[in-house]
Design a protein around this ligand. Structure first.
Ligand code: DAH
Length: 332
């Protein structure tokens, strides 16, 4: 009997409803004067053996209190629900939602990818956290190269080294390990370097890498592709110039300039009066890199390029790299 009552108590405590009629039915089930569970139990009291009366009386009282408490709680809850409903006027017009704009980095990223897509490049994503092999070794970086230094690179783990990629070039290796030539891919993404934040640099920035590998790919293909890109992106009068440079993963390597989009090549502050702006690094994929991913460098050749989206965005929109530390605030 006592166990049965305890089960009732548990049921009462677990009970919940949002409907007033269900709540009244709940109350009646237990407390109805005629046949409520609690009423019947009190009537039963006289038949309980003397030695059990005390315990029996206690649990029945507990049950009664639980029902009353639950009833009061739910009644208040339901009344509040109704209050809220009354305050809601469903005919009121909605509030305006302020619409944002795409960030210039996203806009330029899309424009660049679209131009290369029109030349047959497919955009892919590759990991931002990568191992030493993909970020450095397979790209022909010598063991003592300064980029491997803690000062330039964020290490997630040491020995074996796991880094935040310092460039999207890791994606070249990731892709080539799994695909046979011919292929043309672009690899957009975030890159990280251990740099102080200033108007010109940040520890996180964005790059787009491109790589094309096939039989008989030559430097002429690279020049033509980048010339096409520069004209599409900066305007049709734009010229390009290739300056010899060095990257471990390309041979020969070049840095590519375009005629200044602000002054048209006449010289201004943005191009530091040279008429030229550097926009990217590029070159012919070093045969060692192809061999590192199992592509026969006697049959295949390729070109690659990598550009920084922040820099190109600043050039395109004429954003000046103002250093606020040099500004003096007006005094009253
Ligand atoms: N990874 C180079 C950097 O971050 C950019 C680069 C240069 C990428 C030449 C290339 C390339 O694919 O061929 O500075």
């Amino acid at each position: 009997m006592v166990d049965q009552i305890k089960t009732y108590i548990e049921q009462v405590r677990a009970f919940s409803t949002e409907k007033p009629d269900e709540l009244e039915a709940f109350k009646n089930k237990y407390l109805s004067k005629k046949s409520g569970v609690v009423t019947n139990l009190f009537a039963e009291f006289k038949n309980v053996p003397t030695e059990s009366k005390k315990e029996f009386g206690q649990v029945v009282n507990d049950l009664k209190n639980s029902v009353e408490q639950k009833y009061a709680e739910l009644k208040e809850f339901i009344e509040n629900l109704n209050d809220v409903k009354v305050e809601l006027d469903l005919t009121l017009p909605g509030e305006d939602m302020p619409l944002g704009n795409r960030h210039p980095i996203s806009v330029v990223r899309r424009q660049i990818l679209d131009i290369f897509e029109s030349l047959g490049f497919v955009a892919i994503e590759t990991p931002e956290i990568d191992d030493d092999w993909h970020n450095f070794t397979a790209l022909n970086f010598p063991p003592e190269h300064p980029a491997r230094d803690m000062q330039d690179t964020f290490f997630v783990e040491k020995n074996p080294d796991i880094v935040l990629r310092t460039h999207t070039s890791n994606g070249q290796i990731r892709f080539m390990e799994k695909h046979k030539p011919p292929f043309k891919v672009t690899i957009p993404g975030r890159t990280y370097r251990n740099e102080d934040i200033s108007a010109r640099s940040h520890f996180m920035f964005h790059q787009i890498e491109g790589i094309f590998v096939d039989e008989n790919v030559s430097f002429i293909d690279l020049k033509q592709t980048l010339l096409y890109f520069a004209k599409e992106f900066f305007g049709h009068q734009t010229k390009v110039r290739f300056r010899p440079s060095y990257f471990p993963f390309t041979e020969p390597s070049a840095e590519v300039d375009v005629t200044c989009s602000i002054c048209g090549g006449n010289g201004c502050n943005v191009c530091k009066h040279t008429g030229w702006l550097e926009i990217l690094g590029a070159g012919m994929v070093d045969p060692n890199v192809l061999e590192n991913v199992g592509i026969d460098s006697k049959i295949y050749s390729g070109y690659a390029f990598g550009l920084g989206i922040e820099r190109i965005t600043m050039l395109k929109y004429g954003v000046k790299a103002v250093s606020y530390t040099h500004l003096t605030l007006p005094t009253k």
